[in-house]
Design a protein around this ligand. Structure first.
Ligand code: BGC
Length: 759
């Protein structure tokens, strides 16, 4: 079965299992570079400096930097030197090249299946929660916190910056990403990366590109036209790279239009390096390399997690290819120059990892996680102002979701062993993620947090397993709060959008006996809510991180005024999304069944490559709903508050830039944050409106702030492959100043001049 899994979903999953090396306590500083206090060189000089270093290298030294170890599997090094994590590349002491230690870091310094026994870190809420803040500052603060903990733990290259657009609500990895809109995702990923790198640590951006589903992720062939790709997924990367300047780009597992992403000349050479002028290095995903000559010439600079590929393509085979002239010496030099440039520009080169680990300021860092969770919780529904909880409620019952002990987190390489431990941890017995993911809760109990916040209220908990006891408890209480959970993970998609384990039926039954029922949703992404009409209040808490219990309690009690907005559309039915179910799941399931029935044959069962047609093109998410005139359950951008806001005196201006200036007024009685949004489309273009600008404004009751939103020009433009570049057409543009992607109550228009921009 293990071999089958490797073939099906990427060998890294296999390799990540059962790695029990002790945490390294001490390592030798092998770099011999200058002290941390010295300033980084000016960015413009980084490439020149890298070239000068590479000019002094032997071929063997260059080749050694073109591939990296997967630490749990590498032999011949002490655990002190080789910290169990995602990657390791030796330095070159004689030239001052630092050693590199890589850790996953989407939501915190990862430690998936506790490779480093006892090593904890601060766990942020999921990426979708951060995206729901619509606040680059929240994303930046999270990145800065992760980077500081990574440095304390002696990592200096972080595998962060996941910015794949959500094309499908069932993608198992949606929780790690930043939603369905390129502007929002790009802005926040860029801020997150900048935060990580503010610690003089390198960050990646990943997974380049179109790793949009986990089912068959190592064999799926994402098909899409260039214009649509440039206007959607690539635009998210482009914006994030501009804003965050990541040292490295991680190419993805899948194919894009027929070529593996890590040997895709179009993506790596043409778009990334030529059109965007990217100076850093391209590292592969773990187990994503398939060739030497093709990959090297297509723009791959470094093979990561080398033990996970069929062979180490960028070691002896690369040396031979250079000797045979199949890969030029200049190209080999370029690979290493790019690697060093990324390290130099980020500051990692001149600030080597310390020789001993330090303990991060966990208490202060937990505050960063809590602020992010509080900003990211979305109040979806609040009929009759059921929330915040009335202080007069005498008896409240919490139901399910292990709300007595903690909050759920998502699985896979982003998994953090959070401070406080894992009160619930369930290993998987089957499926693509079973070798490196466990269902894991963070120790942040909503029950305890609520009891602390409402000392005068009697608050109890039932786990929901005994139906009669649950309904009895719900009936007796003044109010019920149902904690609904959906676990999702890297390496697996969810088969459908219903809550698992009959939770839908249970919620409906609880709501029937207790009209004052609140649903708190701890889910990886959107789920269907067949009980919505019966439940007056719904709180989307995502995976809220290691202070999730406190954040949820804050929103429920009104200590926190909810301000999150959905970064992803919630479908009203399973039929609404472009692809109702994961493409290839049927084939994968039948293969898994064959393997289970005949384990001896499992090794020979391989999922063949299959196409995934992205027929929606650049009309991802809310744009698809507008195009098809479908009403979602909750639209992109939606989120309620305990106060109310009005937009007044809008003035739209055009010419060279499209902008709207207006007053945001807090018309209610509570301080709160609003997220005004600007959607744009060109008259006559017959295109759905696109999010062109947004901001987050905190206002006291009665306060007014005049705000200007200026449209990102590439969102207004169309990508013209013949130009090639972005083309803004002259004409009249409709501008909606809106509360969500479907709000058309304030639409004005302005005329724009024609313009073109480079790709
Ligand atoms: C994931 C990457 C991750 C890498 C290293 C891969 O399976 O796709 O996101 O950074 O493993 O752990």
């Amino acid at each position: 079965m293990k071999v089958l899994q490797a073939a099906l979903i990427g060998a890294s999953l296999l390799a990540m299992a059962g790695t029990g090396n002790a945490v390294a306590q001490r390592t030798t500083n092998r770099s011999g570079t200058r002290p941390a206090s010295m300033p980084a060189p000016h960015v413009d000089g980084a490439a020149a400096r890298a070239q000068a270093i590479v000019a002094r290298m032997t071929v063997d030294e260059k080749i050694a930097l073109a591939h990296g170890l997967f630490p749990p599997m590498a032999a011949g090094k002490s655990p002190n030197e080789l910290i169990p994590s995602a990657g390791h590349i030796d330095g070159i002491a004689r030239l001052g090249v630092p050693l590199v230690r890589e850790s996953d870091a989407s939501l915190g310094v990862a430690n998936q299946v506790e490779q480093r026994r006892g090593d904890v870190a601060t766990a942020l809420p999921s990426g979708l929660a951060t995206a729901s803040s619509f606040d680059p500052e929240i994303a930046r603060a999270g990145g800065a916190m992760i980077g500081s903990e990574a440095r304390a733990k002696r990592f200096n290259v972080l595998l962060a910056g996941g910015v794949n657009l959500t094309r499908d609500p069932w993608n198992g990895r949606n929780f790690e990403y930043l939603g369905e809109d390129p502007l929002l995702a790009g802005e926040l990923a860029g801020a997150h990366i900048a935060g990580v790198q503010s610690n003089r640590i390198a960050s990646t951006i990943k997974h380049f590109a179109l790793n949009s589903q986990e089912t068959g992720r190592t064999v799926a062939d994402a098909r899409i036209g260039e214009q649509a790709l440039r206007e959607s997924d690539l635009l998210a990367f482009e914006l994030a790279i501009e804003r965050g300047n990541p040292a490295s780009v991680m190419c993805a597992y899948n194919k894009v239009n027929g070529d593996w992403a890590c040997e895709n000349d179009f993506l790596l050479n043409r778009v990334l390096k030529r059109d965007w002028g990217y100076r850093g290095w391209v590292m592969s995903d773990w187990g994503a390399v398939h060739s030497t000559v093709k990959a090297a010439n297509a723009g791959l600079d470094q093979e990561s997690g080398q033990e996970l590929d069929k062979q180490i393509f960028f070691d002896a085979p690369l040396r031979q290819a250079v000797q045979a002239g199949q890969v030029s010496t200049q190209r080999l030099d370029d690979m290493v120059v790019r690697y060093l440039t990324g390290l130099i520009e980020s500051g990692a080169y001149d600030t080597p990892v310390a020789s001993a680990a330090q303990t991060p300021p966990y208490a202060a860092n937990a505050e960063v996680a809590q602020r992010a969770a509080e900003a990211g919780i979305v109040l979806l529904k609040n009929d009759g102002n059921l929330l915040p909880l009335a202080r007069t409620a005498r008896r409240i019952v919490l139901i399910g979701g292990s709300a007595d002990v903690g909050v759920l987190s998502g699985g896979g390489s982003s998994q953090v062993r959070s401070v406080g431990g894992a009160p619930v941890e369930i290993p998987l017995s089957s499926g693509g993620a079973s070798s490196f993911a466990r269902i894991t809760y963070h120790a942040s109990s909503p029950l305890n947090a609520l009891r602390k916040a409402l000392p005068g209220t009697q608050i109890s908990y039932v786990d929901g397993r005994n139906l009669n006891a649950t309904l009895e408890a719900a009936k007796k209480a003044d109010m019920a709060i149902f904690f609904a959970t959906q676990w999702t993970t890297e390496a697996q998609d969810v088969a459908d959008l219903r809550l698992p384990d009959n939770q839908d039926a249970l919620i409906a039954m609880v709501a029937k006996v207790q009209p004052k029922t609140v649903a708190v949703m701890e889910t990886g992404g959107p789920v269907l809510m067949p009980w919505l009409d019966q439940v007056p209040a719904v709180v989307q808490a995502w995976y809220p991180g290691q202070r999730g219990g406190e954040a949820i309690a804050g929103v429920l009690t009104g200590r926190v005024n909810p301000s999150g907005r959905l970064p992803i559309t919630f479908p009203a039915s399973a039929a609404q999304p472009v692809r109702p179910a994961p493409v290839g799941l049927d084939r994968l399931s039948s293969l898994e069944a064959q393997a289970a029935a005949d384990p001896a044959r499992a090794a020979n069962l391989v999922l063949p490559s299959f196409p995934v047609e992205y027929v929606e093109g650049s009309d991802v998410g809310y744009r698809w709903y507008e195009k098809k005139a479908m009403k979602p359950l909750f639209p992109f951008g939606h989120g309620l508050s305990y106060t109310s806001f009005a937009y007044r005196n809008p003035v739209v201006s055009g010419g060279k830039r499209l902008s709207v200036t207006f007053d945001v007024v807090n018309t209610g009685r509570t301080e709160g944050a609003d997220v005004p949004q600007m959607y744009v489309s060109r008259d006559g273009a017959n295109q759905p409106m696109r999010l062109a600008g947004f901001t987050r404004v905190m206002l006291k009751p009665g306060e007014t702030r005049r705000v200007t939103l200026t449209a990102e020009p590439r969102v207004i433009a169309d990508y013209d492959t013949k130009l090639p570049g972005w083309r803004v057409r002259a004409g009249t543009y409709r501008v909606a100043l809106a509360r969500d992607a479907t709000d058309r109550t304030m639409v004005s228009s302005a005329t724009l001049d024609a313009a073109t921009m480079k790709p």
